[in-house]
Design a protein around this ligand. Sequence first.
Ligand code: NAP
Length: 288
Amino acid sequence: MSAEIIDGKAIGAKVREEVGRDVAAFTERTGHKPGLATILVGDDPASEVYVASKRRTAGELGIESFHHALPADVASEEVEALIERLNTDDSVSGILCQLPVPDHLDGVHLTGLIDARKDVDGLTPLSAGYLALGREGLRPCTPAGCMVLLAEAGVDLSGKHAVVIGRSNLFGKPMAQLLLAANATVTIAHSRTADLPAVCREADVLVAAVGRDRMVKADWVRPGATVIDVGINRSDDGLHGDVDFDAVAEVAGAITPVPGGVGPMTIAMLMRNTLQAAEMIAREGAVA
Ligand code: NAP
């Protein structure tokens, strides 16, 4: 293997440690802890695990957590009223509505009700707008985590060609915006892209967020390129990314593994966003 392995586990731990230190300083300075409110509708086991892990990490870093578990058949009005209440609750710095929500609810509508200053997932239209305009705001956790991985791997993005495979609102689009803000030349590829392997071969930095097991092959990758694998695909033979890791690691200059690459960054960045939200609110005064 020739590629440097970008160790998301170690980098995620470092971010969490920094956030823990900064949370302690914030609490000392203001006399109150940052607070993260989590909303979980229904009893989807994967979502329960994700939310439990977010709450546990918050507790470890000195962030107060407020959990709201709602029944699967809860009325939209009830979730809306809860979000409105949390928006004006001074002990809550960040609000997270775990997606997906049950079919009778509209996840985009609900997350859109979160005050942008408390939008720690960075997914509301206002947060997306701030990102597009290059204004201060909370950035979506997984793409922000990829930017930290690239920085820690010493990748200077200025003038580099970055190719992002995937154009979801959750990942692909904000990832492309963050790369653009870092002065990369950005191509967004998707399911209609013609000759995807050729497009990928143009990349100095290749980011794959598709959800297709080991789709990106070694001959799609320019020798020496940096490869960030966001995909999480479970199959009978284990957990794999969107990148054919073993073969691509022979060609790439640096690569993230799955697991242990992008995954650990998401919660770390959520914690960083919660602290950032608390700091923004403390600076601007109480939420109206
Ligand atoms: P998504 O909403 O399903 O989007 C997938 C994107 O891939 C779409 O833009 C789609 O194109 C594109 N695509 C599908 N098939 C393709 C193909 N054959 N060639 C080129 N592009 C193709 O998924 P997502 O939410 O962005 O997530 C993507 C992956 O990242 C998933 O495996 C997910 O589990 C993982 N993920 C991981 C984390 C983490 O914390 N590590 C966080 C978020 C997501 P169209 O738009 O044309 O349909």
